[in-house]
Design a binder for this molecule. Sequence first.
Ligand code: SF4
Length: 221
Amino acid sequence: MEFKVVEKFVSINGEGRRSGQLAVFIRFAGCNLKCSYCDTMWANEKNVSYELMSSHDIYDYIKSTNVTNVTLTGGEPLLQDGIIHLLELLAKDTTLHVEIETNGSVSLEPFIALENSPSFTMDYKLPSSLMEDNMLLSNFNNLAKKDTLKFVAGSLLDLEKAYELIIKYNLTHKTNVYISPVYGNIQLEKIVDFMINKKINGVQLQLQLHKIIWDPNKRGV
Ligand code: SF4
């Protein structure tokens, strides 16, 4: 079983629970969605260049970096054929903290039962993504306190929808809830004002650190 890996690198974790810490990133090719603001669309193109790596190749690369936070990203990593075998292999190494960035359209059910299961940073695609119809609401029940639910907001309408879902599904009691701006699409002050006006407790505004530190379009960071 081999995976199409389009990038692998060490950087700081720009989002999620371990934001600001070093992480080794494995980016897989391909995604089932087409978000209006996608900044890694190149990784989803059919003709993208990639490296074929087995689970053991990926594990060996991770260990060679001496970095213990691992971020599997894409594209959509959970759609990779055989990803469960990679997760099982990584789960055996208890020195690693494995996090999967997933887009909210793929059921987490098959993955949560794994022993030493990874943590999920799951997006909920709000209206401005144009992909909201693909969101799997049942995934809210599969998120735990080790996971993160990230509302990627690009407009006031997005914020309103995020707020509605947070209240309706009592999300802050289930998992860590973040609001993350679509870079350049919404003023950060507007998000803070919204949070103040609605008295949103237990929700964290998160900025994508890598877009602040480097050129927002830079790859491999
Ligand atoms: S889910 Fe992520 S990778 Fe896929 S199109 Fe949306 S932003 Fe891009």
